[in-house]
Design a protein around this ligand. Structure first.
Ligand code: FNR
Length: 180
């Protein structure tokens, strides 16, 4: 199963990126997680959408060829970062490559709510007519107070959350196979 991953942070030491890399390795026998190079996307401009940059076409192909989508995003000011919204705007237009794609959402934050508010917005955006992705019901992965959940080399180590994540990934894979 091929999963195209959107990491919502462009920060070098991003916790959401580290979590995605952890998932990529931990679940490699079950799913192939391909992290999309969103940092190469220019700022969306409607003037360019009919003749978009090559990178937009390349990422569109990766999304089209995927069986599902993974979103790992921080919360910025109670919503998703502009970095992620920019990518979603590019892939909502002309070719609706996310239409009916089954999506799973996770999020890491130093704060206690673990990106809960950003994820509410993200679900709403993904379910909009322009995008039309379908989100895994329930299975909300809010990873709060996260600074001590990674070790010094950046590996995610919080056993209780890992057990939960294992279950959510199982639920996601079962659901993708059902809706496919
Ligand atoms: C934040 N952060 C934050 N955290 C949170 O729980 N709720 C919020 O609304 C915000 N808002 C916010 C705005 C801006 C502009 C920044 C830079 C940060 C903190 C944020 O969750 C924290 O920096 C994460 O570690 C960012 O994710 P990455 O980059 O580590 O993946």
């Amino acid at each position: 199963m091929k999963i195209a991953a959107f990491v919502g942070s462009n920060r070098k030491d991003s916790l959401n990126k580290k979590l995605t890399l952890f998932m990529q390795e931990r679940y490699q026998e079950k799913v192939e997680i391909d992290i999309l190079p969103l940092e190469k996307l220019p700022m969306y401009n409607q003037d360019n959408e009919l003749d978009p940059p090559e990178i937009v076409k390349e990422i569109r192909t990766k999304i089209l060829e995927s069986d599902g989508l993974l979103f790992a995003t921080p919360e910025y000011n109670h919503s998703i970062p502009a970095f992620l919204k920019n990518a979603l705007d590019w892939f909502s237009r002309i070719e609706k490559v996310m239409l009916n794609k089954p999506a799973m959402i996770v999020g890491v934050s130093a704060g206690v709510l673990g990106t809960a508010k950003a994820q509410m917005h993200l679900r709403q955006i993904l379910n909009s007519g322009g995008i039309g992705a379908v989100t895994l019901p329930g299975n909300e992965v809010f990873i709060g107070s996260a600074l001590d959940k990674f070790n010094e080399s950046g590996t995610f180590t919080h056993e209780q959350t890992i057990d939960f994540l294992d279950q959510v990934v199982e639920n996601y894979i079962g659901w993708v196979n059902k809706v496919k």
